[in-house]
Design a protein around this ligand. Sequence first.
Ligand SMILES: Cc1ncc(COP(=O)(O)O)c(C=O)c1O
Length: 373
Amino acid sequence: MDETTAVREPVDLRSDTVTMPSDRMREAAANAPVGDDVYGEDPSVNDLEATAAEVLGTEAALYLPSGTMANQTAARVHTERGQEAIVETESHVVRYENAGFAQHSGVQIRPVDAGDRAVPSAAQVADAVIADDLHRPGTGLLCLENTHNAKGGLVATPDAIAAAAEAAHDRDVPVHLDGARLANAAVAADVPLSAFAAHVDSVSLCLSKGLGAPVGTVLAGSEAFVATARGVRKLLGGGMRQAGLIAAPARLALTENVARLADDHANANRLAAGIDGLDGLRAPARRRTSCSLTRPSRQSTPRRSSSAARTRASSGARSAPRRSVFAPTSTSTRRRSRRRWSGSRRSSSDRVAPRGSSTASGGGGGNRRRRTR
Ligand SMILES: Cc1ncc(COP(=O)(O)O)c(C=O)c1O
């Protein structure tokens, strides 16, 4: 059979979660030094967590089995039972996490429609925050998502994240970033991952979505946040024992595969251009990191000319040398974020002490005053 008649393996485009571990990852798993991670004794997990913290520019990081558990853990650490969490209407925590904020944290969702943006504007955040009074529970969390999954991988810039986060911080509300695909955002925006993480109090990053790791998500933040999150992970049943077998390949996802997302984006743009060339189909023109199809009505939407489609495809494929997504943010940005961790508005221990604990903040838990219920 020659090239043109050979039957090729189809490319599975259902989801970036179907990516497979490479041979190097399988080797890393086979050779990983392991220990009991619930005791903090697994060197491969410790190595992954240190690498993730370095890459994200945070003080610490925690390895969890899934992105869902990372979001749920963050909500549980940041909020008090009964509070509200501001979230984008179509975000993953609203659509696909089984009302986990309500179930695990007793938190009510306040959805905000960001329209054609990935994250709400500062004004929307400011409007959505409610004060804690006789009738209302107060806002306990702003949860952002980047890239925005349900909007086709729409990217929020670090400035957009910063604006929304600042509006929340100004009102004493902590911010979690669901960064399941933050690596896609970093590659698309050509900035280091830390450029996003610097503005929020916690950030998750999935290593098994498009990056080839067999299992796992990292959740990063201050040392105090991660210490509390470690306890919540155990509570949720996410304490793992000899997890180095999956952490060692997951580390390679972070160190070797992030930059390769640029190839995925170029391929997605190529595919979009090809689709635009087909009668009756159109790929959305906005800047997204994954491709979804729409079938335009013939009357209202003229088919894009194939030359325009080609132009779009070639501009999507980057040829210029790229800045490393691992490059640290400037020292001043880091210092600013550290100051925030250590709490100019409130102490970091106030913000992250486990609910119901009698630790660092002298019995004060969550991010607001303790309430009786
Ligand atoms: C934005 C976002 N957050 C969180 C998750 C949950 O990840 P997991 O499937 O690992 O629980 C997903 C899954 O696709 C996602 O798209």
